[in-house]
Design a protein around this ligand. Structure first.
Ligand SMILES: Nc1ncnc2c1ncn2[C@@H]1O[C@H](COP(=O)(O)OP(=O)(O)OP(=O)(O)O)[C@@H](O)[C@H]1O
Ligand SMILES: [Mg+2]
Length: 394
């Protein structure tokens, strides 16, 4: 495309306040560029959609100023995380910023992305807020269904702030030796408080789950109390992110400790479109097939869409190029992942093509045209037109 650099600059400026309509137009432009073989231009533009450009949004100097406002020492490169005294098992893993720099941000629904950006921005302006006498929330709870990108999100925040990420797997801390759990938690927080870092408490509900054990009432109280105390002590000094899939299991006292609580939902239609685009790279698929994948993955998590795209890639490799059809491969995959996602769209896909075509033609998000449906179902347009008319008559 001629003058692409100008078009890209216009899109980048416009995408600073992205609306659904704008994203769809940019997406259409990406597809058009792909169609005419301008792959590099399509990739540059697609990056605006996937938010890849956003990961580097906070300027380095800002990050340094914010880090100076944090308590603690700078973590040495050769740091060894604390261990369980009895077993010698590590209580945490440490990821230094250099290891986090290539983490790709999950593709999130627009309003959620804006909320995360605003929190990360506050964290990056810690010095400024402190100077103004304002205490920003330093801890945040992320919750939502499995595979929605929660852990990835924590990694992205750490990468944006250029801080080491100290990750505790609480199920590991707790499961083996209940008697030492409280001490392990205290040791872990002590370690995190000593350095400028983000403490990540992944699978946080493990703390709540031990409540189910009737023999351990005293120990559980001790563990929860230690945790509350540690969270309180840390709340004014260091960043803490806790993640859970089972927020309903969390003790209300723990829940209240988190000023920011972020729900990560399953991706909406715009995000599904971008996720399909991202993970389908390298697959021979038409635009309408990609749109259909975004349609049928309603109710899927990001991880499930990724798994589906990987399965399609496998089918493509296993078959001769000419023999590969996204729809056929998708049908195999729906059978092979029968228990994964129980969605009406998958059921419809496996049943009647005519019904499916009618639903697709009426879908308010996609409004599949007759020529697109003809391409999708490998039929001619008159057949599709007959199907749609038959539906109207019935
Ligand atoms: N919104 C998304 N956009 C792009 N990729 C995603 C998204 N959500 C998940 N993924 C993919 O799925 C993988 C798993 O995501 P992640 O581990 O962050 O999910 P999670 O919510 O922490 O899951 P769990 O609750 O099972 O721990 C990611 O590494 C990424 O490849
Ligand atoms: Mg996770």
């Amino acid at each position: 495309m001629e003058n692409f650099s100008i078009v890209l600059a216009v899109c980048r400026t416009a995408m600073q306040n992205p609306t659904d309509a704008l994203k769809r137009h940019v997406d259409r432009l990406v597809k058009a560029l792909e169609k005419q073989g301008d792959e590099d231009q399509a990739v540059s533009l697609a990056k605006l959609l996937t938010g890849i450009e956003q990961s580097g949004k906070i300027e380095p100097s800002r990050v340094i100023l914010s880090r100076q406002a944090l308590n603690g020492e700078t973590m040495p490169l050769s740091i060894i995380p604390p261990v369980d005294r009895e077993t010698g098992a590590s209580l945490a893993t440490v990821l230094l910023p250099s290891k986090l720099s290539d983490v790709e941000p999950p593709i999130l629904n627009e309003s959620l992305q804006a909320a995360i950006d605003s929190l990360a921005d506050e964290w990056a302006h810690l010095d400024k807020l402190k100077l103004a006498g304002i205490r920003p929330p330093l801890n945040c709870l992320i919750f939502g269904a499995p595979g929605t990108g929660k852990t990835k999100l924590a990694h992205v925040v750490a990468s944006r702030l250029s801080l080491p990420l100290v990750t505790a797997r609480l199920d590991g801390l707790i499961s083996s030796f209940l008697g030492t759990t409280a001490r392990n938690i205290a040791t872990l927080f002590e370690f995190a408080n000593r350095y400028k870092c983000i403490l990540l408490l992944d699978e946080f509900d493990a703390v709540a789950k031990i409540r189910d054990d009737p023999h351990e009432v005293g120990e559980i109280k001790r563990v929860v109390n230690t945790l509350l105390q540690c969270l309180d002590e840390r709340s004014s000094t260091g960043f803490t992110i806790a993640i859970t899939n089972h927020e309903q299991l969390l003790d209300s006292a723990i829940w209240r400790r988190f000023d920011a609580r972020i729900f990560v939902p399953k991706p909406d239609v715009v995000s599904r479109n971008s996720i399909v685009h991202k993970y389908l790279e390298g697959i021979e698929a038409t635009n309408v097939e990609r749109d259909f994948l975004a349609w049928i993955t309603d109710g899927y998590s990001g991880a499930e869409i990724e798994a589906l795209c990987n399965a399609l890639k496998r089918y493509q490799v296993m078959r001769e190029q000419s023999d590969f059809s996204v729809m056929d491969a998708l049908r195999l995959n729906v059978h092979l992942s029968a228990d994964h996602v129980n969605s009406p769209r998958r059921k419809l896909f496996l049943s009647d093509h005519e019904d499916l075509a009618r639903v697709l033609a009426d879908d308010i998000d996609f409004n599949f045209r007759q020529d697109e449906l003809a391409q999708l179902f490998h039929k001619d347009q008159s057949t599709i037109s007959r199907w749609l008319k038959r539906g109207k008559a019935a």
